[in-house]
Design a protein around this ligand. Structure first.
Ligand SMILES: Cc1cc2nc3c(=O)[nH]c(=O)nc-3n(C[C@H](O)[C@H](O)[C@H](O)COP(=O)(O)OP(=O)(O)OC[C@H]3O[C@@H](n4cnc5c(N)ncnc54)[C@H](O)[C@@H]3O)c2cc1C
Length: 421
C-alpha cells in the first residue's frame, strides 16, 4: 500500500488495528525521505509519518547550499537526472572578510567536480524524494499524522507508537524507529536522549531578491563582525541571502521600512550585482549548535536535525543530515541481508560510530568560522587577512579546505563512492 495519504477507516476500526512495520521513520522532511528512499529496493516494510500534508511539507520557502557529496548520494538513489537541471551550479564561491578586497575563490576544478557547490530549492528536492517514496511498493507515506508518544512494545525489541491523525488515534509497532523529526524531535525526547550545545547570540534572516545584473552563478560568504552573510545564486537570476546578526540587530532590521532594510542589505551585499529588488518577505530564524549525546538507543536511531543542528555558515546542516540518512540506510540494509536484529545496539552503533564523530568535526568547523571571523581583535584580523592571501594562492591548501567543506574527508557511503559525478 503506498499513497500520499492512506485511506483511513473510522475511529473505532483504527483503534483496533496495529500497523506493523520493520522500520518507522518519524518525519517526512528531506532527511527522513532520503533515508526511506535508501531502503526502497529492499524487502523491508517501511512507514514514513509526517505531520503536514505532502504539499505543505514540500513548500518550505528555502534554498540550500547543496554539496557535491549530497549530489553523489542523490545520484546513488537514482534521482540526480530529475533534480540536476533544476539546481544552480556554482561556478565560483567567494569567501571574504567583510569588505576586504581579497577573497578566497573556489572554482569547480579545485574540487574536480562540475560545480563547486549547488543551490537546491526545498521543493525541488522534496518533489523528487516524495515521488520516489510514493512509487515504492514497500513504503507507506502517512501524511497529516503526528507521532505523539513512543513506548516499549509488548513483544521484546518492538516499539509502539501512538499516532494522531485529526481526531483519530492509531497504533504502529516496529523493530526500529528512526527520528527524522527535526530539531525539536519527539523521538529524541521520548527516548530521553540528552543534548549538548548552545544558542548563538545571533539570529538569521533569509530573503529572496533579484539583483540588477547577472549573479553569474557566484556564491558569496562575507564575514562581517556581526556575523556571516551568504548569497546563494538561484535560477532566473534570483538570489537567497542568509544574513546572521545579533538578535536585537536582526529584530531591528526586520522592523525597518522596506527602503531602509534594502539600504542595510545593500551595504552588506556589495555593489557587484547593481541594485537589489526584494522578492520575498524577510524571515528570521534562531541559530543554535546542538549535538545529541547519543544517536542511538535500542530500537531507535536519530538522523538530521533530530541528531544535531549547526550554525548556517557554510551551509552544512542539511548536507550532514543527508549523509546520516544514507549511512543509516546502508547499515540497515546490510544488517537485514545478514538476518540481524535491526533495532539491536550492535547494529545501530555501526551508524553512530560512522556519523557522530564526523558530525562533531563539522559542528566545530562552523562554530570556529563564526567565532573567529566575527572577532575584530587586531592581531587576529591581520592574521586572518594574511590567511586569505595564503589560502587563495596555495592551491593544495585551498583544495583541502574545499574537501573539508564539502564532506569528502569523511567515510562515503558505497552508493556515493560508486558514482562518478
Ligand atoms: C536559515 C537557514 C538556512 C539554512 N541553509 C542551509 C544550507 O544552505 N545548507 C544546508 O545543508 N543546511 C542549511 N540549513 C539547515 C537545514 O535547513 C536543516 O539542517 C534541514 O532542513 C534539516 O532537515 P530535517 O529533515 O532533519 O528536519 P526538518 O526539515 O525540520 O524536517 C522534519 C520533518 O519532521 C516532521 N515532524 C516533526 N515532528 C513530527 C512528529 N511528531 N510526527 C511526525 N512528523 C513530524 C516535520 O513536519 C518536518 O517535515 C539552514 C537552516 C536555516 C535555519
Amino acid at each position: 500500500m503506498s499513497a500520499d495519504l492512506l485511506d483511513l477507516p473510522s475511529n473505532a476500526a483504527l483503534n483496533a488495528v496495529t500497523h506493523n512495520y520493520d522500520v518507522v521513520v518519524v518525519g517526512g522532511g528531506i532527511v527522513g525521505l532520503t533515508f526511506a528512499c535508501g531502503l526502497r529496493h529492499t524487502h523491508l516494510r517501511v512507514a514514513v509519518i509526517e505531520t503536514q500534508t505532502a504539499a505543505t511539507a514540500a513548500n518550505r520557502q528555502r534554498a540550500y547550499a547543496f554539496s557535491p557529496v549530497s549530489a553523489k548520494i542523490l545520484a546513488g538513489l537514482g534521482l540526480w537526472d530529475e533534480v540536476e537541471p533544476q539546481l544552480t551550479h556554482f561556478s565560483r564561491v567567494k569567501l571574504s572578510d567583510a569588505d576586504y578586497d581579497k577573497a578566497i575563490t573556489f572554482r569547480p576544478e579545485d574540487g574536480n567536480s562540475d560545480a563547486v557547490y549547488y543551490s537546491a530549492q526545498h521543493f525541488v528536492l522534496m518533489a523528487a524524494l516524495q515521488s520516489a517514496v510514493k512509487a515504492a511498493p514497500n513504503i507507506d507515506y502517512w501524511c497529516e499524522s503526528k507521532v505523539m508518544e513512543t513506548c516499549e512494545g509488548k513483544a521484546s525489541s518492538r516499539t509502539e507508537l501512538a499516532i494522531s491523525h485529526g481526531d483519530t488515534q492509531m497504533q504502529f509497532c516496529t523493530g526500529l524507529v528512526v527520528g527524522a523529526d527535526g530539531a525539536r524531535s519527539v523521538v529524541r525526547d521520548q527516548a530521553e536522549i540528552e543534548t549538548f550545545g548552545w544558542k548563538y547570540w545571533q539570529s538569521c534572516i533569509t530573503a529572496v531578491l533579484e539583483p540588477e545584473h547577472s549573479h553569474e552563478n557566484t556564491a558569496y560568504e562575507k564575514f562581517w563582525p556581526s556575523g556571516p552573510f551568504a548569497i546563494l545564486p538561484l535560477p532566473e537570476n534570483r538570489c537567497q541571502i542568509v544574513w546572521t546578526a545579533p538578535h536585537e540587530e536582526a529584530k531591528a532590521l526586520l522592523a525597518l521600512p522596506k527602503e531602509q532594510f534594502l539600504a542595510e542589505l545593500t551595504a552588506r551585499y556589495g555593489d557587484e550585482m547593481g541594485g537589489l529588488k526584494l522578492l520575498s518577505e524577510p524571515m528570521m530564524f534562531p541559530v543554535q549548535l546542538m549535538q545529541s549525546k547519543a544517536y542511538v538507543r535500542p530500537g531507535i536511531a536519530l538522523i538530521g536535525d533530530a541528531a544535531h543542528c549547526c550554525h548556517p555558515v557554510g551551509g552544512q546542516g542539511l548536507n550532514m543530515g543527508i549523509r546520516d540518512a544514507i549511512a543509516l540506510a546502508e547499515v540497515i540494509e546490510n544488517a537485514a541481508k545478514q538476518g540481524e536484529d535491526l533495532g539491536s545496539l550492535a547494529v545501530l552503533k555501526r551508524y553512530e560510530r560512522w556519523r557522530r564523530t564526523e558530525n562533531w568535526f563539522t559542528l566545530s568547523l562552523t562554530d570556529f568560522l563564526n567565532r573567529s571571523f566575527s572577532n575584530r581583535f587586531l592581531p587576529l584580523l591581520l592574521s586572518r587577512r594574511a590567511g586569505i592571501w595564503v589560502l587563495d594562492s596555495v592551491v593544495p591548501l585551498k583544495r583541502l579546505i574545499l574537501r573539508l567543506m564539502t564532506g569528502f574527508f569523511g567515510r562515503l557511503p558505497v552508493s556515493a563512492k560508486q558514482n562518478t559525478l
